[in-house]
Ligand binder design. Structure first.
Ligand code: FAD
Length: 325
């Protein structure tokens, strides 16, 4: 029951200020977010890749309020690409982006202009076009150093726009990936479309608080849906990325990959930095491609709270460290 409460708190500015200012927060945050700057995170990338793991890098941030912040997000990713170039890791170090950070939820000046004119009403409102304009140079820069970008899935209201941006980017950069969430009713259909058109797709259970009209609420339903969707991806023409720490789903993936005659380089496992780290190494040692989703940056609150919500024991650990100081 704690999970939904923590997810609601992740949207509260008051709790954000309280948690972010608490002196004991940082050491707990470090478990999931190993740095605030590129300089701090480059040694982490070197350590992980030195251990035979691949990475997908996330500059944390979401819910921005101005176009200037969206451009700053773009620039922080461009700075990251610049540093990755020097590491010469190619596709072993890719990037994950949240379109909300690139302006997706802002009213876009372009859209406002179109609405004022006699032209056709745009299909998407808000910052859809702004997000596309900001993310494109990042995808382009990534391609220039031999790597790619995956578009994270946020709450369900953002997904039509995310999939449209994904499709648009794939026209020039077919390796661009996207994320689908097994807790949403719509996802089986999305998976069929993406599997047919050969996309790179990360399948996760889903980390947001979603209403019963659009999403399964019970763990066993979400897990069953995950397996159904996994089958679709494994049997399809795309590149499945299994984003889960769930041991049962990991062994089901191995069985489905065997049945679909996929070789180890025709799908990959992905897990979050700081969670089940022994399993990262075990799967890599077994010859699987294992990518560690590594988040860094100063605006870590939303990301951190979702990690607490996934496992309430994390919250007890956090609370204990506050009391013991
Ligand atoms: P669970 O059943 O939640 O967990 C299985 C086991 O893993 C648990 O028993 C526990 O041992 C361990 N575990 C899981 N989470 C934690 C935690 N926070 N702390 C400690 N132990 C934990 N969600 C989105 O909505 N959009 C995204 O774009 C997105 N990208 C992701 C990318 C990657 C690489 C991964 C791994 C997850 C991503 N998620 C995303 C989060 C995802 O939706 C789930 O919330 C999260 O992965 C937990 O689900 P699980 O599959 O690991 O299964």
């Amino acid at each position: 029951m704690l999970g939904p409460v923590i997810l609601a708190a992740s949207r509260s500015d008051r709790i954000r200020r309280l948690v972010s200012a608490a002196p004991v927060t940082r050491p707990v945050v470090d478990r999931f977010i190993p740095g605030e700057t590129v300089d701090e995170v480059v040694p982490v990338i070197e350590r992980l890749t030195g251990q035979g793991l691949d990475v997908t890098m996330d500059v944390v941030g979401e819910d921005i309020t101005t176009p200037r912040q969206a451009m700053a997000a773009r620039d922080s990713y461009l700075e990251l690409v610049d540093r990755l170039k020097g590491l010469e890791l190619g596709a072993r170090a890719e990037m994950s982006v949240k379109l909300s950070m690139f302006g997706q939820s802002l009213p876009s000046p372009t859209t406002a202009l179109k609405e004022g004119s006699s032209g056709p009403v745009p299909e998407f409102r808000g910052g859809h076009e702004l997000a596309l304009a900001n993310v494109r140079p990042v995808v382009q820069a990534a391609a220039a150093i031999g790597t790619t970008v995956t578009l994270d899935a946020e709450d369900h209201t953002t997904l039509d726009s995310m999939f449209a941006i994904h499709e648009e980017l794939r026209k020039d950069f077919p390796q661009t990936g996207c994320v689908i969430q097994s807790y949403l009713f719509r996802t089986e259909e999305d998976a069929r479309r993406l599997a047919a058109n050969g996309s790179r797709v990360r399948l996760v259970k889903g980390a947001y608080k979603e209403p019963a009209e659009v999403a399964y609420q019970r763990k066993h339903e979400i897990d069953k849906a995950y397996v159904r969707i996994l089958k679709i991806l494994m049997e399809g023409a795309g590149y499945p990325m299994i984003g889960s720490h769930d041991p049962r789903l990991i062994s089901i993936t191995q069985e489905l990959a065997r049945r679909a005659r996929r070789k180890p380089d025709e799908y990959e496992f992905q897990m979050l930095y700081g969670i089940r780290c022994d399993e990262h190494l075990r799967l890599a040692a077994d010859g699987h491609r294992m990518r560690v989703y590594t988040a860094y940056g100063t605006d870590w609150y939303g990301y951190f709270m979702r990690r607490l919500a996934e496992k309430p024991a994390n919250l007890r650990f956090f609370a204990r460290s506050m009391v013991s100081k």
